[in-house]
Every structure is written in structure tokens, then in C-alpha cells.
Design a protein around this ligand. Structure first.
Ligand SMILES: Cc1cc2nc3c(=O)[nH]c(=O)nc-3n(C[C@H](O)[C@H](O)[C@H](O)COP(=O)(O)OP(=O)(O)OC[C@H]3O[C@@H](n4cnc5c(N)ncnc54)[C@H](O)[C@@H]3O)c2cc1C
Length: 375
């Protein structure tokens, strides 16, 4: 079971070794942090991790690679502020190679014929987390080998991930298929064997890069289906039985003169405004779950993380339905998907708060970040 206790999560930050991270982070068994479920859910921030590295006297050069990866997260969030429709619209190019729709059955059933990727899919379904390289491989297989529209693959992966994050997920998928980059990402069997530790040969990916799209694919990989996500209504019913504290927004009314601090699945920071006298709510948005479905296990994880916060209410639906919503002062942490009229908006804990413009490439953003680091 994944850790959800706040103090133990914070301990994990102190255990990170950025030097070994730098050496082997691309390998499936490398010294990666596995902090994404907590960073994506806003329990801890990229800034907190950066601060801890520097306080433990790791130099910038020792922490360089990890700081850069952490900055990818902040960069994607900045892009998300600029492109609110990034789940449905290609942000840079409109690639034409993705001629199929839906999800390839060989991906749904974890029988793509590439053993390491089948293990990766099984792992995703069973554990709710996979390595960055595995995510890239699967997005490549779906988008660039099976030539399927990236959006169905992105929704499927998001559905299963503990760390499901609209910006990191959808922009990474767009990057792999060249909707958010200038070329398609490919990996052949040799590359997959190297980073996953597999030793498979004679597959449809076992060839030179230039021949990857010319290979004969297994016959069963021509079958496509719509992946069946749990519906928002079924999820709501299941959760209402499990968590009797949940109230639907249409049945809810605030009984408070205090400000109302709003937590969401993207902001579960127990320290945020924790000393204030306020009413605290966890808000589960119906609309968000319809647009980006989430599996029951991920929502359970979110509820367990929320147990670190002294919540007064868990409300589910559409916040604007709450009868006396206009009579309370809402306070939120900035997030492009959660904008409420007249709410007070606190800043995210950015690593580099001053770099707040949109940069079309990560490396331009990182160049600015490096200047801030050297100050
Ligand atoms: C197709 C695809 C889909 C992805 N979907 C998601 C997603 O839904 N949610 C999500 O959190 N990440 C996503 N990522 C980014 C990345 O794979 C994960 O953040 C990372 O694997 C998490 O493992 P870690 O915490 O051990 O990362 P580490 O390698 O230990 O890195 C530390 C932290 O840096 C940040 N980070 C590292 N790599 C990236 C990256 N490529 N992009 C953005 N931030 C990064 C994360 O916050 C991570 O926790 C996706 C990547 C790809 C290629």
C-alpha cells in the first residue's frame, strides 16, 4: 500500500540522494524519488524538495539533474496556465500520423508482444505508478507505432495513475507524438532492453530507428476498443457508501462565518493555512471527473492523503450549486482547473516564482531558472 502519512512522506524527501539519481535515473531500477504522487497531489511541493536538497548541503551541481526534472513539473504547470485546453488541443503542431482512434486491445490486455512493456502495463494497472521511461515507451507505442490519437492513451494512463496530473500527463503525451515538440519520440527494442533490463529479440521493435514504422505489427494489434472508465455517477455512489461524510453540493449549505479553505485532488497540502480559524472543505468536482476520469484506487489514495488535513466537509458535485456560496469567502491555491468567482487565490509554491511567463520551450525556461539558482 502506498504511503499516505504526511510525516513519513516528508521523511522520504530527506532520503533522496541526488548524486545517484543523476547516475541512473533513466533505468527502471534507478534511484528515482517516487515523489510524484505527493507532488502531483500538492501534498508537498517542488520547492520543498529543492530546499531540502540545498539545506542538506548538496551543491547545485550535485543536484543539477534532479532540480532540472523538478523544474519540468513547474514548467508544465506554467504551460497549463497558458493553454487551458491542453487535454483536447495540440499545443504546437497538428501531427497527422495518428490515424486510429480508441485504445489498442493489445495495450488494454497487456499483450503487445514486447515483454517489458506488457510488464509495465500490468504494473500500472496493479500499482498505479510507473517509471518515466515506461510512460514514454507506452505513449510511443500507442501514438507513434500503433498511430493512435494520443488523447485516448493519455486518458487511459491518467485514469490509472496515483500521480495523474493534467499538465504533466497530457503535455508529455503531446511531447512524445510531436504535438508539443518538433519530432516524434521513438525507442527500439535495444533501448527498451537497456533501460528495463529485459533481453528480448526479434520483435517488431527490434530494428534500426529508421525502420521502426515499417515493421509488420502483430495481427491482434489491429483491434481497437473504447476503454471503459468507471462513470462519475458510479464512483460517487461507491464513495458515498464508503465515506458517509460526503455531501452532494446540491444538498449542502455553509453554516459558517469563517473563510472557507478549499482543497482539491491537486491541492492536499496539510500545512497550507493550517493555523487559521477556517472552515476546510475537500471539493470533488463532478465536471472534472467526467472530463478526466479517475479510477477508484486513485480516489481512495486522495481521500487517504486528505486525512492529514482537519477537514470539516467533503463535498461532491459543482461548487456553484451550493445555495449560499456567495455568502462565504473561498480561499484556493492557484490551479487553472479550479477557478472560483470572487475566491482569494494563493500562489503555488513555485521553485522560481519570478519566472512566471510562458516559455515555448523547457530549455528557455530552464535557462532563466539557472540564473535564479546562481543568485
Ligand atoms: C507519457 C507521460 C505521462 C506522464 N504523466 C504524468 C502524470 O500524470 N503525473 C506526473 O506527476 N508525472 C507524469 N509524467 C512525468 C514523469 O514520468 C513522472 O513525474 C515521474 O516518472 C515520477 O517519478 P518520480 O517521482 O520518481 O520522478 P523523479 O525522476 O524522481 O523526479 C522528481 C520529480 O520531478 C518531477 N518530474 C520528473 N520528471 C518529470 C517529467 N518528465 N515531467 C514532469 N515532471 C517531472 C516530478 O514531480 C517528480 O516527482 C509523465 C511522463 C510521461 C512521459
Amino acid at each position: 500500500m502506498i504511503e499516505t502519512n504526511y510525516n513519513r512522506i516528508v521523511e522520504k524527501i530527506r532520503e533522496i540522494n541526488p548524486v545517484s539519481y543523476d547516475r541512473n535515473r533513466n533505468f527502471l531500477d534507478g534511484s528515482i524519488t517516487k515523489l510524484s504522487p505527493y507532488i502531483a497531489r500538492g501534498v508537498i511541493s517542488t520547492k520543498m524538495v529543492m530546499k531540502s536538497l540545498l539545506e542538506r548541503n548538496f551543491t547545485i551541481s550535485q543536484s543539477y539533474k534532479l532540480l532540472q526534472q523538478l523544474a519540468w513539473r513547474d514548467y508544465f504547470q506554467r504551460v497549463g496556465q497558458h493553454y487551458k485546453n491542453l487535454s483536447t488541443e495540440n499545443i504546437k503542431n497538428n501531427p497527422i500520423h495518428m490515424v486510429n482512434l480508441g485504445l489498442n486491445n493489445s495495450i488494454i490486455n497487456a499483450n503487445t508482444g514486447i515483454d517489458a512493456l506488457d510488464d509495465g502495463i500490468t504494473d500500472l494497472l496493479e500499482s498505479g505508478w510507473i517509471h518515466n521511461h515506461m510512460r514514454m515507451y507506452l505513449a510511443m507505442l500507442h501514438g507513434n507505432i500503433f498511430k493512435t490519437d494520443w488523447k485516448s492513451g493519455a486518458r487511459w494512463m491518467y485514469y490509472h495513475l496515483y500521480d495523474a496530473d493534467w499538465a504533466s500527463n497530457d503535455l508529455s503525451w503531446q511531447w512524445v507524438v510531436s504535438a508539443n515538440s518538433n519530432k516524434l519520440y521513438f525507442a527500439n527494442q535495444e533501448n527498451i532492453n537497456k533501460y528495463t533490463g529485459s533481453n528480448q529479440h526479434s520483435t517488431y521493435l527490434d530494428c534500426e530507428y529508421s525502420d521502426l514504422t515499417l515493421q509488420k505489427l502483430p495481427s491482434h494489434s489491429s483491434i481497437y476498443s473504447e476503454f471503459e472508465f468507471i462513470s462519475e455517477m458510479e464512483l460517487r455512489q461507491n464513495f458515498k457508501s464508503k465515506y458517509p461524510k460526503i455531501i452532494e453540493t446540491k444538498d449542502f449549505e455553509f453554516q459558517t462565518e469563517n473563510s472557507v479553505v478549499v482543497y482539491t485532488p491537486y491541492n492536499l497540502d496539510p500545512l497550507w493555512r493550517s493555523n487559521e480559524d477556517a472552515t476546510r472543505i475537500l471539493y470533488i468536482s463532478t465536471n472534472e471527473l467526467i472530463q478526466r476520469p479517475m479510477c477508484e484506487r486513485t480516489l481512495d489514495f486522495i481521500f487517504s492523503l486528505a486525512a492529514n488535513i482537519h477537514l470539516d466537509y467533503i463535498i461532491w458535485g459543482d461548487l456553484s450549486e451550493v445555495k449560499n456560496i456567495q455568502n462565504v469567502q473561498l480561499i484556493v491555491k492557484e490551479h487553472p482547473l479550479f477557478n472560483f468567482e470572487n475566491a482569494k487565490v494563493d500562489s503555488r509554491d513555485w521553485m522560481f516564482p519570478r519566472i512566471d511567463k510562458y516559455y515555448p520551450s523547457f530549455f528557455k525556461y530552464w535557462k532563466m531558472a539557472e540564473k535564479e539558482l546562481k543568485k
